[in-house]
Structures are given as C-alpha cells and as structure tokens.
Ligand binder design. Structure first.
Ligand SMILES: Cc1ncc(COP(=O)(O)O)c(C=O)c1O
Length: 404
C-alpha cells in the first residue's frame, strides 16, 4: 500500500501527534517546528543499521552522496544540526590562529552559534553591516574591511562566510559570484551557511528535476556549504556539510572531537532523505503564504522590516500603536490560538492557509480597537527619527527569537 507522504494519524504514535499537528498548523515561530509525517518516520524502518562512526551505514552514505551531488561538491557529511555543520566546516578550514572570519553582523554564525567561532576555531569574527541594508557587497562593504597581509596587530581574514537566505532574504547571486572571484584572488575561502538555500532554489523556480543544476549554480562560488534538512524541508534532524573530500575527511575527525558522531544514523538519514524528496516542491507554497501574510499586514499599515522574499516576513506593529507583546498575547488567546514570538513570522508546509487569514484579521480587529479608542494613525517625527523608530527601540520584544 502506498502511504500518503504527509499524513499524521493516531495509528502511528497516538492522538497526541494529531493534536500537535493542529497546533503546528497555526504556529508561525519557525519552520523547524513541523512534525514528521507517519511515512517520514516509517522509511526509517527500511534504512540500513550499520554504525556510521565506522562508516558502515549505507543509508547515511547515500544521503551524504545525494546532497553533495545536488550541490556540485565532492563529498558530504551528515550531522545533527546546522550549527554543527557550520562550525565543523569553519573549523576544518581554519588551521592556524590568529585568523578572522568576515560575515554579516546579522548572520547565524555570528549571532546565534554561542560564540562557536571563538570557542572551536579561535577565530575573531569580523561582522559587517551591509551598507545597502540587505546584503553585503564587495565594493561597499567587504573590500575595505577585509584584513589582508601579515600585519602583526591584526588577525588576517581567512574565510568569507555568507548566509543565504538571511532573515528570509535572498543574496543576489551575481554579487556572490563577484565576492567569490575577488576572494579567490586574495586566497580566501568562501563558506555558505545555506540552512535555507533550498528556499532560494525554490524561489528560483527549481523543480525536483532541475534542483541539481540550480543548487550547483548557487553553491559553485563557495568552497563549502552547510544545508539544513530540518528547516523548511521538515526532517526531524539533520544538516549536511558539503565540500572537497579532503575537507570532509577533516570535518569527520572534528565531528568526533565535538562528540557528534552518530552510531546507527540510518533511520534519521532516511527520514531526512524522504523530507528532501517530498517537501522541496512544497517550499514555494510556504513562500506564497509568507507573501500573502506580508501583503495583508502591510495593507493594514504594519511596517515590514524584511520583505517576504521566501518563507518569512519581519514585522513591526507599532505603526498601529500595538506593542509586539500585545499582539502575541491576543493571538495566543484566540479560541483557535495562533503562535508567534516576535518580529519574525515564518511560514512552513504544515501551516494552514486559514491561519494566515486569521492573523491578518486579528491585526485588523486590534487596529480598529485602537481607532475606536481615539488613536489616529499618524507618524509624527521626533528629533528627526520617526515615532516608530523611537518606540521600536523601547519595545524589548521587537527583536526577540529571530532565528531558530
Ligand atoms: C540561517 C541559519 N543557520 C544555521 C542555523 C542552525 O541550525 P540548527 O538549529 O540546526 O543548529 C539556523 C537555525 O535556525 C539558521 O536559521
């Protein structure tokens, strides 16, 4: 019997999972909270059961080879998380401190990996704020800030680490190619945190058939790339580091050192493989939901901080006189609750499109309440800054829980 790849029934694991799905269908916190379908878990039963630390699990090896090939790289390494994948890649490249890694100040590697660069690699981060507010460019950001040469006062830059997508936004490929070309001229390594690179491929129109050529094009400017299977693709666990075989060999050694070797990894590798096969083509639907959410909120006067270029949109409700916490609390108190926890709203393949409409409707209701209390939707200027900017600085929840 062919199973529905998406069904979640009480037959596998009980009613609690069915109830969990209902909550997830209205949860905008992140795309990692999707729950595995019955079929995604059941493929684990078909997996090989060898010890992957001994390199004896064919299912895991097949997944690594599949992802490496998709990305146009020699080899791949299955690891438990995107954090581990990034940190292993960076550690394997960085041989001799002092050294620095140039990255966007908003990037996951800089902000949300618990200082791993310093801890694991003894590297100084060199975080830059993109001049254009969207993505780093060679001419406006990187060229002047790279640390080159052997000045003994400095930690020279060894790696340029770019994130794509970053806050759901797509890094223009022509700029990546330019940065890579210049980086190569300076003998630098290019690493990509491509936790959501699949979303870029989806937005570029890739199908399962064209995915290899699209991913290869996206990965070509980089020496190593970390891709996550546990975000929009919906695997319960897993990321893959791809790059040259020699780098992956080193990364295997460091994975052991980090305590990250997985013994009978076949079942989770099989689930991750299933996620890639069945959920890649659903990413575009998540992007459509994010765009609908963004358009609906924008029409009401909500400030859009990051446009919905892929699966997420960043919002500020203060132009409607609504502090973030007030909206979070009202959404959680709905008869059919909606969950989110800050400016970032993420759409995923298990989200119910009705939740998007209900979200927009809630904000409409709250805006109307403000108007009926006598509030006038105007943006006065205070000392050159808009009132929104001033209030945003005060709203401690404005920037919470951006990236997980
Ligand atoms: C851009 C980006 N990179 C890396 C990671 C790390 O992934 P993990 O949570 O699997 O460690 C995340 C997590 O959300 C992320 O958003």
């Amino acid at each position: 019997m062919i199973m529905d790849p998406y069904a979640i029934t009480a037959n596998v694991g009980g009613q609690a999972n069915v109830e969990k799905l209902k909550a997830v269908q209205r949860d905008f916190r992140t795309d990692t909270i999707t729950i595995p379908s019955d079929a995604m878990l059941q493929v684990g039963m078909q997996a090989t059961r060898g010890d992957d630390v001994y390199n004896e699990c064919a299912t895991t090896a097949a997944l690594e080879a599949r992802v490496a090939k998709l990305c146009g790289k020699e080899a791949g390494l299955f690891v438990v998380s995107g954090t581990m994948s990034n940190q292993l890649g960076l550690r394997a490249w960085l041989t001799q401190p002092p050294h620095s890694v140039l990255l966007d100040f908003r990037s996951h590697v800089f902000q949300y990996e618990a200082g791993g660069l310093a801890f694991h690699s003894q590297a100084s981060p060199l975080p830059l704020k993109p001049w254009n507010g969207h993505h780093l460019t060679w001419d406006d950001d990187i060229a002047d800030d790279l640390i080159l040469g052997d000045n003994i006062h400095c930690a020279s830059t060894k790696i340029i680490c770019l994130e794509n997508t970053l806050n759901g936004t797509i890094f223009p490929q022509d700029e990546i190619v330019k940065i890579s070309k210049k980086a190569k001229e300076e003998g630098l390594i290019m690493h990509c945190d491509g936790a959501r690179l699949w979303n870029v491929a989806a937005e570029k129109g890739a199908t399962m058939e064209t995915l290899p050529e699209v991913m290869k094009e996206l990965c070509d400017p980089f020496d190593s790339v970390s891709v996550c299977l546990s975000k929009g693709l919906g695997a319960p666990i897993g990321s893959v580091l791809v790059g040259p075989a020699a780098l992956i060999k080193k990364a295997i050694h460091f994975r052991k050192l980090f305590g990250g070797g997985i013994r009978q990894s076949g079942a989770i590798a099989a689930a991750a493989d299933f996620a890639l096969t069945h959920n890649f083509e659903r990413l575009r639907d998540s992007h459509k939901l994010a765009k609908r959410l963004s358009a609906g909120l924008k029409e009401l006067g909500v400030q859009i901080l990051y446009e919905a270029e892929t699966c997420m949109v960043f919002v500020n409700f203060l132009p409607l006189n609504l502090p973030m916490n007030a909206v979070i609390a009202r959404a959680a108190a709905l008869p059919n609750p909606i969950a989110f926890n800050g400016a970032r709203l993420v759409c995923h393949y298990q989200l119910d499109p009705q939740a998007v409409e209900d979200f927009i409707e809630l904000v409409r209701v709250m805006k109307d309440e403000e108007v009926s209390k006598g509030w006038v939707p105007e943006i006065p200027r205070v000392n050159g800054a808009t009132e929104i900017t001033r209030l945003r600085g005060r709203d401690k929840n404005y920037n919470t829980a951006i990236k997980h």
